[in-house]
Design a protein around this ligand. Structure first.
Ligand code: ZN
Length: 159
């Protein structure tokens, strides 16, 4: 059975950046189960999995535009300290929920100079090429309900 749209796919993966640093891994944890063709995982990885079968192992390097996007300068803003009313000690590295154009997102304080506070709303992996080391563990057709919901119903599913 091959990976195609509306298949439930189980994979083990290790994600590294170009420096070889491990950013995430399912090894020693539960397999990742996702619905192919529904954008559950980054587009580049979904594309790389098309046609794969159980037992396949491969590595793929995914450019930022096929992963979490390029770093966008307009996601970085300088705000005045007045905007942080009610927060006593704004520090570099603090994260806040903010309403950004694509819906609620997380912004991180990246610089403070006097009353000017710079925040960055980019995804932490924006601008980063992702190197995935993947093993296909299982491939099965999704149920009609899963296909309709756009995600997989496994153990620990809420409904
Ligand atoms: Zn559901």
């Amino acid at each position: 059975m091959q990976v195609a749209d509306n298949m439930a796919v189980s994979i083990h993966y290790t994600l590294t950046n170009d420096e070889g640093e491990v950013l995430d891994s399912s090894i020693g944890e539960e397999v990742l189960v996702y619905l192919q063709g529904s954008g559950n995982i980054v587009p580049g990885l979904e594309n790389a999995l098309v046609g794969k079968v159980i037992g396949d192992k491969f590595t793929v390097r995914i450019a930022p535009e096929e992963a979490y996007g390029e770093l966008m300068d307009d996601m970085i803003q300088v705000l005045s300290r007045d905007m942080f009313e009610g927060i006593d000690n704004v520090e570099v590295g603090m994260q806040f929920h903010a309403d950004v154009s694509e819906g609620p997102g997380v912004v991180t304080v990246v610089n403070i100079e006097g009353d000017e506070i710079t925040i960055d709303g980019n995804h932490p992996l924006a601008g980063v090429a992702l190197n995935f080391d993947v093993e296909v563990i299982d491939v099965r057709p999704a149920t009609e309900e899963e296909a309709t919901h756009g995600h997989i119903h496994g153990e620990g599913c809420h409904h």
